[in-house]
Design a protein around this ligand. Structure first.
Ligand SMILES: O=C(O)C(=O)Cc1ccccc1
Length: 319
């Protein structure tokens, strides 16, 4: 037997590739990922499977877009794959160019290769400039462009602006997104049980189901937050999938599980809901300190608990 302790496995990261995607730009924002092994994969499910199998320590996945909304593949995967935790969030400004093989002009373009989320964000420009065009879906923005040089039947592709640094393609049009200020929010997901320390500018992500056949249960769920002064920055429903009319809610709440008001809201949710998934507490990408009224300070919750303990303690006189 060796007398040396084993070296901890080097961390590695999975992301939607190939190189040059917005997802890669998000991963470049993670200081710990620099110089480590990066695995380019084809979709969110593959990235999360890498984390589950241990091939990667963490995966960067797109969560929501300021124009197109939540990425349903991500939301559903986080609800269905147990044991995953979000450990960070990253924002990437997204704008798009239309590229084609050299020699192609806009008038030649009949079909466009594009990732569905990118395609949805360029609808106005595409419908005005290329009415009647066809859409061929691609697994990523860079895969859409790369395919033009391989087997794609498309005439053009929607891609990130830096694409011509990676592939010998020509830009037919720039800035074709519906909103020039579009931003995509990415999350870094791991299997680690360690929760990033509170910073005062944190977010807690949850997935919550409602009790069946209880009228007003959505309001009841929201009250768990409002009565503890916890603000929500995202609430979105997704079908659970087992029958029509059954939904789960994807929630981002301002604050950290170590904050008393958040912990108390989680206790309330756990009592109320048949299924609460804690996806993690982590620093907000925008670093904005969470504002809340002093009525919900940690000290107020702690004092109330001590008061209750005092009432139950026969040797306690004060209070
Ligand atoms: O990361 C990429 O480049 C992708 O293909 C996913 C995507 C699609 C549209 C906006 C942001 C991310």
């Amino acid at each position: 037997m060796s007398d040396q302790s084993p070296t901890p496995a080097e961390s590695s990261y999975s992301y939607l590739g190939p190189a040059g995607t917005f997802t890669e730009a998000a991963l470049k924002q993670v200081p710990d990922a620099a110089g480590k092994t990066w695995h380019a994969v084809n979709n969110v499910a593959e990235a999360l499977a890498d984390v589950v199998s241990g091939r990667s320590t963490a995966a960067m996945i797109a969560m929501e877009n300021s124009v197109d909304g939540g990425v349903s593949a991500t939301q559903d995967a986080l609800a269905n794959v147990p044991g995953l935790r979000i450990i960070g969030e990253y924002l990437v400004p997204v704008n798009f160019v239309l590229v084609a093989r050299p020699g192609t002009t806009l008038a030649d373009v009949r079909t466009v290769n594009a990732h569905p989320v990118a395609y949805a964000q360029c609808g106005t420009w595409l419908n005005e400039t290329l009415p009647g065009h066809g859409h061929i879906p691609a697994s990523s923005n860079v895969a859409a462009a790369a395919a033009l040089l391989n087997d794609s039947h498309a005439d053009a592709a929607i891609a990130p602006p830096g694409i011509t640094e990676h592939y010998p393609l020509e830009v037919l049009a720039e800035d074709i997104g519906d909103n020039g200020n579009a931003v995509t929010r990415f999350v870094l997901v791991s299997r680690s049980r360690a929760i990033p320390a509170p910073t005062g500018a944190d977010k807690t992500s949850l997935i919550v189901e409602l009790p069946d056949d209880v009228s007003g249960s959505l309001l009841g769920m929201l009250e768990q937050f409002s009565t503890r002064g916890v603000n929500l920055s995202l609430i979105q429903s997704r079908p659970i999938g087992d029958s029509l009319g059954r939904y789960r809610f994807i929630i981002d709440a301002d604050g950290h599980i170590a904050d008393e008001r958040m912990a108390d809201a989680l206790l309330g949710l756990r009592r109320f809901s048949p299924n609460v998934i804690f996806l993690g507490s982590y620093p907000r990408a925008d670093k904005q300190t969470i504002e809340f009224t002093s009525r919900y300070d940690d000290a107020i919750f702690i004092e109330a608990r001590q008061w209750l303990r005092g009432l139950l303690d026969p040797n306690h006189t004060a209070g």
